[in-house]
Design a protein around this ligand. Structure first.
Ligand code: CO
Ligand code: CO
Ligand code: CO
Length: 344
């Protein structure tokens, strides 16, 4: 199977393979959960990772993420899957410490290919300053790879997707469009330069963004992944009981994304995201193809921060210097009317 492209083996790509938010809340209904006062962030608030308090200074952050190939190059796929899994620790303001591989491999996949996927994962975990200490692999027709990650965080400095305050400045640290462009890769329509930009976007760790963020007063944070910008921002608004305005002209969008969206090169996950979040969004006069980009499922997307207004300019200046893809994309407001998010 050397000649087969990895993405041809996956039914849906990257975080686009995620079960939709609506289905997820149905699946989780009625399950018995033991109450533990040290579990300070659970899955009830749709947050990125669970946080368990060990002492007044230390809590562990726990997350898992894995998905089918989103790139044809196995080394690139491994890097993206690992960067994406590590991201949920960064989104909570934590530092990744240990990780385990989660892997599904077809019986006939060449050993070198499997090794390249793992090399991608190990390299990213190394870059994150964490260590892979084992894992679990099973045979499966559709390959999948990812990590469970455990990180450390000070329990008083946890950033959840709740806690945003009116007037907070919304900053997004990576450009949008990875779901649409991944569909373009599958359709073999993407140009060499755009592919490079896409791979760089998805393989970059959110470590730098996190390390800068924790120096400033940030009230809420999440990473923008499978539910798209509108889905994750809706969750932030719901968790914080606030609204938001998005300055659409400020959004940073990967090259060619707009032209692919215009001709309907859209991943299936976009429709699931729209179904979940559309009721929260006042799209004004924004065209449908443009809205599609805001609902587009992102893989290994950037951090979305709600920064205190007095800190936002300094925080953004430092972020922008290190991460030129970062933008101020809007602000947190009171809830106005029956929609949470207003596109302006
Ligand atoms: Co997340
Ligand atoms: Co996740
Ligand atoms: Co969070």
């Amino acid at each position: 199977m050397d000649s087969i492209k990895l993405t041809k083996l996956s039914s849906c790509s990257g975080c686009g393979a995620k079960v939709g938010a609506k289905e997820l809340s149905e699946i989780l209904t009625g399950l018995k959960i033991k109450y533990d006062e040290n579990l300070i962030v659970g899955f009830d608030k749709s947050d990125d990772a669970a946080v368990y308090k060990i002492s007044d200074e230390l809590a562990i952050v726990q997350t898992i993420d894995f998905f089918p190939p989103i790139a044809d190059d196995p080394y690139v796929f491994g890097q993206i899957a690992a960067a994406n899994a590590l991201s949920d620790i960064y989104a909570m303001g934590g530092e990744p410490k240990i990780a385990l591989n989660v892997m599904c491999i077809p019986k006939d996949m060449p050993r070198e290919t499997v090794n390249e996927i793992l090399r991608g994962g190990y390299d990213k975990v190394f870059e994150a300053g964490a260590v892979i200490c084992g894992g679990h692999s099973i045979f499966d027709e559709e390959p999948k790879y990812g990590l469970t990650v455990t990180g450390f965080v000070n329990p008083n400095k946890i950033l959840t997707n709740a806690g945003a305050e009116t007037g907070d400045v919304l900053i997004l640290t990576k450009p949008l469009g990875s779901g649409i462009l991944t569909s373009a890769v599958k359709a073999e329509l993407i140009s060499e330069n755009t592919l490079k930009a896409l791979i760089k976007n998805m393989t970059s760790l959110n470590k730098t963004a996190r390390d800068i963020m924790v120096k400033y007063n940030v009230h809420a944070c999440t990473d923008v992944t499978g539910f798209g910008l509108m889905g994750h921002l809706s969750e932030m608004c719901l968790g914080s009981e606030k609204g938001a305005e998005i300055y659409t002209k400020n959004l940073n969008i990967l090259p060619e994304t707009v032209s692919f969206a215009k001709i309907g090169i859209i991943p299936e996950g976009m429709y699931r995201n729209r179904e979940f979040a559309e009721k929260y969004v006042d799209a004004g006069d924004k065209s449908l193809y443009f809205q599609d980009i805001l609902f587009d499922p992102q893989t290994s997307g950037g951090l979305l921060m709600a920064a205190a207004p007095e800190d936002a300019n300094k925080l953004f200046a430092e972020l922008y210097e290190a991460l030129p893809g970062a933008r101020i994309i809007g602000k947190i407001t009171e809830i106005q009317g029956d929609k949470l998010i207003k596109l302006i």
